[in-house]
Ligand binder design. Structure first.
Ligand SMILES: [Ca+2]
Ligand SMILES: [Ca+2]
Ligand SMILES: [Ca+2]
Length: 294
């Protein structure tokens, strides 16, 4: 229905008109979003409520190796002592700083505690002294023999085999390295207790595994074998008769003449002399030191 006002003109407003609601809140102060319209699917995952990653940006190359799909290692952590038996050097040079010359080991040597070490090879060790007939103590306590390391590199005796006459044999075993110093000596004997063995410091004691014969009827022999059981490092066959040319004095070692430090030259009786001076309980020789003829 349209009314008529006092001026006689038709009223412009109708009874169905609704008042317009205007937004009277504060204006939106943010920048105008001018980016492209996001047309992707709506993210319906859980809200990330973790702490913000503040680490450095990884700018390294992408790992393109195979994915490790094996089970997680749940074994115990190895807290034991460090393995002291490193593999031998197989390259042209292997690092062994700081105490070795130039800091490198040669092929075949292993780096042990900063020192290059090799196993004995043919001719690398020389049998230099034999106490087959001690006098101050019994033979079962006082027999010993000495070896000399010709090289400047320490030699680890572990794994070396020693063979006497017949079936006599033993292997040098130890939980750690048994080193003969470069250009140095070591003694192996029946009993390692220097209080009862006549006063000898030994690197290794072999007990009753081998006897050094005093027999005048047949020679005895001493052979050092590498850990392969067949490579002869050195061998000496000695006799106990004056006629043989070998020194035969009870209580004195058979000593290789000090100018002869060779695994072939020590095969001859004339290369040997009676040892001295007196040591320990009164026998004669130089266990663990350069030889002296007396
Ligand atoms: Ca003996
Ligand atoms: Ca020899
Ligand atoms: Ca000696």
């Amino acid at each position: 229905m349209t009314g008529t006002g006092a001026d006689g003109r038709a009223d412009a407003r109708t009874s169905s008109d609704v008042p317009v609601v205007i937004d009277t809140g504060p204006p939106d102060a943010g920048p105008l979003d001018t980016g492209p319209l996001d047309t992707g699917p709506r993210d319906t995952g859980p809200l990330d409520t973790g702490p913000r990653d503040t680490g450095p940006l990884d700018t390294g190359p992408r790992d393109t190796g195979p994915v490790d799909t094996g089970p997680r290692d749940t074994g115990p952590v190895d807290t034991g002592p460090r393995d002291t038996g490193p593999p031998p050097c197989v390259g042209p040079q292997c690092p062994c700083a700081p105490t070795t010359p130039a800091g490198w080991c040669a092929i075949g040597a292993a780096c042990m505690g900063g020192t290059c070490v090799v196993g004995p090879t043919a001719g690398s060790l020389v049998i230099t002294e034999i106490m087959n007939d001690p006098d101050a103590v019994t033979d079962t306590l006082g027999e010993w023999f000495e070896v000399y390391n010709r090289s400047a590199t320490p030699v680890d005796l572990r794994g070396m085999r020693v063979r006497g006459n017949g079936t006599e044999t033993f292997e040098v075993t130890a939980s750690g390295p048994l080193l003969v110093p470069g250009r140095g000596y070591a003694v192996l004997g029946k009993n390692g207790d220097m209080v009862i063995n006549g006063g000898v410091t030994m690197l290794f004691a072999y007990g009753s595994a081998m006897d050094l014969s005093n027999s005048t009827s047949s020679p005895d022999s001493l052979t050092l074998l590498a850990s392969d059981g067949s490579t002869v490092i050195d061998s000496v066959s000695y006799a106990n008769t004056v006629a043989s040319g070998w020194p035969v004095i009870s209580g004195r070692s058979k000593s290789l003449r000090p100018a002869i430090l060779d695994a072939l030259m020590n095969d001859t009786s004339s290369a040997w002399c009676p040892g001295g001076p007196a040591f320990g309980r009164g026998d004669f020789g130089t266990p663990g030191a350069a030889n002296v003829c007396q």
